[in-house]
Design a protein around this ligand. Structure first.
Ligand SMILES: [Ca+2]
Length: 146
């Protein structure tokens, strides 16, 4: 009986090793996201769009979502704070910022602009990293701050 309990305890200890093979993981040093020159749109009620940001990977998976800036003044920089650590595969993992107009639910929110690719290492080196829109699709300009 005692031997069985010891074996069970060993299995539990081994299954706790979730981090094996993930030793390159890094935390992104990002404190805020900012965008200027978003395409001008308005909500159905005629008010300015309610903007939030996501930090995404190439597949569109969201790593972090900011709070919603209601009725954002698009003539000024729109800023979203990054309030938690973001764990990445590596400092060179390709990342994007997507700015959305929040329409009541996440599913119905519409994409306003997506940035060109950047990496956590670039933010680390630059402090404030400025990036254009993906594929030059519009005039939006994003700033990622350390
Ligand atoms: Ca609005």
């Amino acid at each position: 009986m005692n031997k069985l309990l010891l074996v069970a305890a060993g299995v539990i200890a081994l299954s706790g090793c979730d981090f094996a093979g993930n030793s390159d993981a890094v935390n992104a040093s990002i404190s805020s996201l900012q965008v200027t020159n978003l395409p001008v749109t308005s909500d159905e009620d005629g008010s300015a769009p309610d903007v939030f940001f996501e930090i995404q990977n190439a597949a569109g998976r969201s790593y972090f979502r900011t709070a919603v800036v209601e009725n954002a003044d698009l003539s000024a920089p729109v800023v979203g704070a990054v309030t938690e650590e973001i764990e990445l595969i590596s400092g060179t993992q390709p990342l994007y910022i997507a700015a959305y107009d929040f329409d009541g639910t996440l599913r119905e929110s519409s994409l306003m602009a997506r940035s060109a690719v950047f990496t956590s290492d670039e933010v680390e080196a630059a402090g404030d990293l400025t990036i254009g829109a993906m594929d030059g699709a519009n005039a939006a300009q994003f700033t990622v701050s350390r």
